[in-house]
Design a protein around this ligand. Structure first.
Ligand code: CAA
Ligand code: NAD
Length: 283
């Protein structure tokens, strides 16, 4: 099954990267958000990244024009009516995602696959909100999408083999590496990564070390490309908190309790890089 027409829903940092890699692979992409401003910013981000690639001689001006020409922006979800594959990358909230999937189920063609880029929410529950659960799947890209090779592909209990195989083939077309994962809280990536980030926040909360020093230990001592607090700011502290809540509730184990300092930052609107302040201050 070759999927040609795509829609990416959500023009935040993930949606904009996902739209870019699909367009670079030659696919027509409809880029959707409820916010016109988010679409403008998302497209601007794609243009800036492509411009850098042109400046570095990796692609030509004509390539850049072609890629941008394949991306059309829209705030109207009904434009999903002729799409073969739809990837949702809206905020990490179950009610928002199920609402989008219910609408998509009504709008999208019968054969269309509905994928979610959720970091941790149960794909099985999202699938159950539709009348085509066998065509619902998790397609979990890593941030920054144009750079990171992994796509974690998560099978809901209802996902068919045909759906899995189509999404796996698409991942390879994007020159990414698929890894198959079952649907359990946090999948593999965030079940392992997020408790480390949460523990780094506890380390600051308990006054063991400053954010700078925690990051220095993990960068210089463990060769991580970013320290865990820089990474938390990069991911978004709201997303980190949502993932910890899913792990905590999903496993019912106190070892996953979100650090109170993380809650406090999110309540204050200190969401990391995207809001200008998190563990660090950004211009
Ligand atoms: N978007 C797109 N491209 C980016 C980028 C961004 N935000 N940031 C950096 N890049 C590109 C740069 O343009 C550069 O590309 P070229 O080599 O083509 O010029 C390349 O990445 C390397 O960038 P830099 O030299 O500026 O910086 P770096 O060597 O420190 O690498 C990094 C930057 C790739 C982001 C690196 O710091 C890194 O790998 N960090 C860890 C990222 C990570 O762990 N991601 C997973 C997050 S968890 C997740 O995604 C799952 C979830 O559900 C939360
Ligand atoms: P973000 O906050 O940067 O962007 C979310 C976007 O969704 C916003 O532009 C918002 O306007 C839009 N949106 C909200 N409700 C919508 C709706 N009903 N219809 C259309 N658009 C809507 O978030 P993000 O960091 O890009 O994360 C998006 C998803 O990707 C989340 O599920 C997150 O868990 C997942 N994810 C995030 C990361 C990361 O590192 N940030 C990595 C992998 C997966």
């Amino acid at each position: 099954m070759t999927k040609k027409r795509m829609m990416v829903i959500g023009a935040g940092q993930m949606g904009s990267g996902i739209a870019q890699v699909f367009a670079q692979a030659g696919l027509e992409v409809k880029f959707n958000d409820i916010s016109e401003d988010a679409l403008i910013q998302g497209r601007k981000g794609i243009e800036n990244r492509l411009r850098r690639a042109v400046d570095k001689g990796r692609i030509t001006e004509a390539d850049m024009r072609d890629v941008l020409g394949r991306i059309t922006t829209t705030t109207d979800l009904k434009e999903a009516s002729d799409c073969d594959l739809i990837i949702e990358a809206v905020v990490e909230k179950m009610d928002v995602k199920t609402n989008v999937f219910r609408q998509l189920d009504e709008i999208a063609p019968e054969h269309a696959i509905l994928a979610t880029n959720t970091s941790s929410l149960p794909i099985t529950d999202i699938a159950a909100a539709t009348n085509r659960p066998s065509q619902v799947i998790g397609m979990h890209f890593m941030n920054p999408v144009p750079v990171m090779k992994l796509v974690e592909i998560i099978r809901a209990i209802q996902t068919s083999d045909a759906t899995y195989e189509a999404v796996e083939a698409m991942t390879v077309k994007l020159e990414k590496t698929p890894v198959e994962v079952e649907d359990f809280p946090g999948f593999v990536s965030n079940r392992i990564l997020m408790p480390m980030i949460n523990e780094a926040i506890y380390t600051v909360y308990e006054g063991v070390a400053t954010p700078e020093d925690v990051d220095a230990v993990m960068k210089l001592g463990m060769n991580h490309p970013m320290g865990p607090l820089t990474l938390a700011d990069f991911i978004g502290l709201d997303t980190c908190l949502s993932i910890m809540e899913v792990l905590h509730e999903g496993f019912g184990d106190s070892k996953y309790r979100p650090c109170p300092l993380l809650r406090k930052y999110v309540s204050a609107g200190w969401l990391g890089k995207k809001s200008g302040r998190g563990f660090y201050i950004y211009d």
